[in-house]
Design a protein around this ligand. Structure first.
Ligand code: KG4
Ligand code: ZN
Length: 336
């Protein structure tokens, strides 16, 4: 079964063709970051407009890369939510129209389920059950994934998402948007021990997170520093901030694996591309006989292959969305 997936929940216009839920035939991601960079964050109105411009060429490119004609697609899936409504509507409506015109099954996919499915597309996907850390710009949560599409939420952030904290700290340091990759790189040249930022909830047994306190501590530190920061000071702030975030994420996900007696851990979402987090987890997992599943960076950030992969199971079970269905900004209202 060849599924065309479409993703437009935030600032990436993406389309992909995935065969049988596992084999990526093509995956095209057109990023808008250059535009939003100017404003220090995603401007929803601009995002919608850019999706409208990009959606047709991106879908066409995904078909070309897969070497397929539209008639060779078996089903269409698109992100239904959560995300920016105006952005979601572009991909969701396009997918509906395409499915209607070609008389194909259509499915709306939850973006978070998409992220969780991204690890199934990696070269060595984990067996079930596994514990997954989902850390992105909009979400930070730990799940016990018992089977495909069946996951229990163990804990989540009470305020900012990890990626959001990265983006805000980057903005404070004048490094633009998005901040994750820039801070990750800058952190390499800094000393994480020069500043001690808080590690909220580290001592708690629960799996909830809080990142706004770390962000505020960084802001206060920058204010106290007063004059313009040198590059070395910036690097130290990046390194100390990253150390705090990585400490909390690593500790919580490994603790969840321990509590669930689970030897398999996966990380997904944009922040899963973080080198510091990946290296730390690799170091900690060795010696605890935990198999770590780190998807390639291209599958961590928003992409449409993960949406097609998540849709596959639903289609196999005969699920379809109605062409009357609407997108949602926060939580799915109707289960698939
Ligand atoms: O999954 P994603 O592409 O979109 C959402 O669903 O939010 O995640 C984007 C987030 C942004 O906040 C970005 O700064 C962060 O992931 N990110 C990173 C890295 N690469 C992207 N955060 C930390 N380190 C990175 N290397
Ligand atoms: Zn995402």
């Amino acid at each position: 079964m060849r599924i065309l997936g479409i993703e437009t929940s935030c600032d990436e216009t993406a389309a992909a063709v995935v065969e049988d839920g596992r084999r990526i035939l093509s995956s095209v991601v057109s990023s808008q970051v250059d535009i939003h960079h100017l404003y220090g964050g995603v401007v929803p109105e601009l995002a919608s407009r850019k999706h409208i411009e990009a959606i047709v060429p991106v879908v066409e490119q995904a078909l070309i890369d897969a070497g397929l004609k539209p008639a060779q697609i078996d089903a269409v899936a698109a992100t239904q939510g959560p995300g920016l409504v105006g952005a979601l509507l572009v991909g969701f409506s396009f997918a509906k129209a395409l499915a209607y015109a070609r008389n194909l099954p259509f499915l709306g996919v939850d973006h978070l389920e998409g992220h969780l499915s991204s690890v199934l597309l990696s070269d060595e996907p984990p067996d079930f059950p596994f514990v997954a850390l989902l850390a992105s710009g909009g979400h930070t949560a730990i799940y016990h994934v018992k089977a495909e599409g069946h996951h229990d939420l163990l804990g989540q952030t009470r305020d900012d998402a990890a990626g959001e904290a990265y983006d805000k700290v980057a903005k404070m340091l004048g490094l633009g948007y998005p901040g994750g990759r820039v801070i990750d790189r800058l952190a390499r040249s800094g000393n994480p021990d020069h500043i001690a930022f808080p590690r909220p909830y580290l001592d708690k047994q629960k799996f909830d997170f809080s990142f706004s306190g770390i962000k505020t501590a960084v802001s206060r530190h920058i204010q106290t520093a007063g004059a313009a920061l040198t590059q070395a000071q910036q690097a130290d702030i990046a390194a100390a901030f990253q150390a705090a975030v990585v400490d909390v994420l690593t500790h919580k996900v490994l603790h969840a694996a321990e509590v669930k007696h689970c030897q398999r851990v996966a990380i997904v979402g944009g922040v899963a591309a973080n080198q510091g987090l990946r290296e730390r987890l690799l170091g900690e997992a060795t010696g605890r006989s935990i198999a770590l599943h780190l998807p390639p960076a291209a599958l961590c950030g928003d992409n449409a292959a993960m949406i097609a992969a998540a849709a596959h199971r639903h289609f196999l079970q005969g699920a379809q969305s109605s062409l009357q269905d609407d997108v949602y900004s926060r939580h799915r209202r109707t289960p698939v």
